[in-house]
Design a protein around this ligand. Sequence first.
Ligand SMILES: NC(=O)c1ccc[n+]([C@@H]2O[C@H](COP(=O)([O-])OP(=O)(O)OC[C@H]3O[C@@H](n4cnc5c(N)ncnc54)[C@H](OP(=O)(O)O)[C@@H]3O)[C@@H](O)[C@H]2O)c1
Length: 270
Amino acid sequence: MTSSIAVIGFGNIAKAIITPLFDKKLLNPKDVYCLVNTKKSLENIKKSYKYDINIFHANSKQADIIWNCKVKLLSVKPQQLENITELEKNKNDRNLMVSILAGVSLEKLIKRFPNHKCVRVVTNIPITIGKGLTGISWGQEITEDQKKFIKRLFENSSKIYEFPEDLLDIFLALTSSGPAIIALIIEALSDGGLSGGLQKKLSEELVTEMILGTVGLIKDSNLTTAELKNMVTSPGGTTISALRVLENNSLRSALIEAVVSASNRSKEFR
Ligand SMILES: NC(=O)c1ccc[n+]([C@@H]2O[C@H](COP(=O)([O-])OP(=O)(O)OC[C@H]3O[C@@H](n4cnc5c(N)ncnc54)[C@H](OP(=O)(O)O)[C@@H]3O)[C@@H](O)[C@H]2O)c1
C-alpha cells in the first residue's frame, strides 16, 4: 500500500482500523493524514499515539491538505457528517470516500461528496484485537483495483463480507451492536453467579470461559445449536429449569426484537 490516505475523524474505530496496518508495516504513518475536531483530541493523540502521523485540527488551515489524498476514510459520528464539506472542485475517478458511519446510505454520501466515488463499510469493535467483522457495500463504478485496496485496509483485522446495501443495516445490528448485547448477557449471567455466592471477578471469568468453550464447540463440531442445547438438557434437570425461566420471560423474543430494533434505528440515519 503506497498511496496516501486521509482519515476524517481519527477516533476509536479509525485507530483500530489503521494501527494494525502500521504495526504490519503495510502503511507508513507519514502517508496518513488525519483530522480530529477538538484541540484536546489533537494534543492527546500527538502526546500518546504510538505512531507519528500527520494530524490536524478540523478548523486549522492545514486541515485542507487531507483533500489532496485520493482515498479518504470517513469515521466521524453520523451526527457530525453535516460538518464535513468536500473541497474537491471536480469529479475524479480516483477520489474515493470510504465511510464507516452507522446507517448513513450511499445515496446520502454521494449527495454530500458529489466529486467522490463512495463506499459504505460496517465494522465492529473486535477489530481492535484483529477479530472484527466487516461488511462492505460498493457504490457505483468502483474498480477492481480500488476494491482490492479498500479490502486491504480491513482484512488484517477483520473478516470481510460483501453485501448489497439493503442488507448492511441488519449486518450492523448483528455484528456492530452484537458486542454490547453479548457484554450485557455476560454481565447478567455473572450477576447470577454472584447471587449464588461467587466473587464477581471469578463469576465473570467462568461465564466468559463458558461462552468461549460453547462457541468453540459449535464451531468445531457439526452440532447444531438445537442439538447442543438438547445434549445438556436432561429430563427434569437443572438446565430445563433454567430454560423454562428464560422462555417464561421471553428472552428469545427479546433478543430477536433487539436485533430488529437496531437495524431499524440504523435505517433512520439514512
Ligand atoms: N464504536 C463502534 O463500535 C463502531 C463500530 C462500527 C462503526 N462505528 C462508526 O464509526 C464512526 C466513528 O465511531 P467512533 O466510535 O470511532 O467515534 P469517536 O471515537 O467519537 O471518533 C469520531 C472522531 O471524529 C472526529 N470528528 C468529529 N467531528 C469532526 C470534524 N468536523 N472534522 C474532523 N473530525 C471530526 C472526532 O474528533 P474529536 O475527538 O476531536 O471530537 C473523533 O476523532 C461512527 O460513525 C460509528 O457509526 C462505530
